[in-house]
Design a protein around this ligand. Sequence first.
Ligand code: GAP
Length: 444
Amino acid sequence: MKDLEKIISILKQRGFVFPSQEIYGGFKGVYDYGPLGVLLKNKIKNLWIKDVVFRRENIFLIESSILGLRKVYEASGHLEHFHDLLIECRSCHQRFRADHLFEGEYGEVSYREGKALCPLCQGELTEARTFNLMFKTYIGPVEELASEAYLRPETAQGMFYNFKNVLNSMRPKLPFGIAQIGKAFRNEITPKNFLFRIREFEQMELEFFVKPEEAPKWFEYWVEERFNWYLKLGFKKENLKKYVYPKEELAHYSDATVDIYYNYPFGFKELEGIANRTNYDLKRHSEYSGEDLSYFDEEKKERYYPYVIEPSVGVDRLLFAVFVEFYDEDEIDGEKRNVFRFPPFLAPIEVCVLPLLSNRENLVKKAEEVYKDLKDDFICVYDDSGSIGKRYRRQDEIGTPFCLTIDFQTLEDNTLTIRDRDTTKQERIKIEEVKDYLREKLKF
Ligand code: GAP
């Protein structure tokens, strides 16, 4: 099993992920992204947009607000249903999610006189009480029901209450989709497992509207599409699996759900969910807003509420899977190496330019020239500090797939060496061919 603590420490040291507000003692369940984390996150989001939106027809990208009216979450059912059961220990005051507690996440639960005891200190536990996961706030100075607002717990609702706006402005016919990437917030009782369950995260969601009778077909289609997307990203098939929800586990809006699970260091857990949300949301928003969100089918000459198939994945949770999937350790010339074997299209830094020796002015000058030229087209860095071996190792540790080295031969024949991160092999090519070479290798 990969050493999660070691990976987390590298991620902090090398500027991928920082525990948020650490100088003030930290903020549980909230993380910040450093320079490399942001680059990688943007790559993931752009690849999703490319494959889910731009490579298809009839899928539209929107960005809706994070703040939502109380009415929206009454209509969506979140105020009524979006609860977890909370249990607290009367002695050590540890809080547990009831389902996690009884599933054995904290070890075996023992009983005294028929009552469950705290698995951490054997203290008495409180009764379970419901706890709404949404963050509530107030708009304006007065804290009253009418000014209540919520941070969205999913991006989905913005796609439903904008259904008519997209329909009227873009004039699509069924099937069509509305997609969005953005922040969501949940007041998780026990955020844990690094980026897996956090309180502030990003989602990439698609609401794909279909004719009701075609919903099962499109549901199957999206489950396959999304599963295959992870293979395309380079995940090993054995690290992924599907979990079909039994009826009693479905969310309040869902008629069918399949999760794509990833093999995290703590076991197979949900990475993405694909749900058939039926026409629940459009109907409910029509009812609560008084605005008719039905669709007029020109062919059938009939008005109805489309069904919706929703693939939804958390960016942070996917990022975590990417870190685990591609982290590796090996030995080069008898020396241990930490390496992120990101596929080139995912790598935060795509290419590093290095002069073989940093104290030779002609090498440095040429390397800077190459670097400046590449920077226009690629995510490129320049490194001339330390021995060449150390510099390669630093790039390996952040997953840079290609290192371009300027050496004495470069000055004679305008060639350089390209070092492959995974094999550490170098090949010599002409400088004028470098851009085409990289473009080909970075394709997705
Ligand atoms: N709109 C449907 C929806 O929100 P969900 O299964 O609750 O469904 C979708 O969430 C995805 O969002 C999950 O598969 C997961 O990747 C991500 N996600 C949910 N809660 C999260 C949390 N607390 N921390 C990180 N990611 C989370």
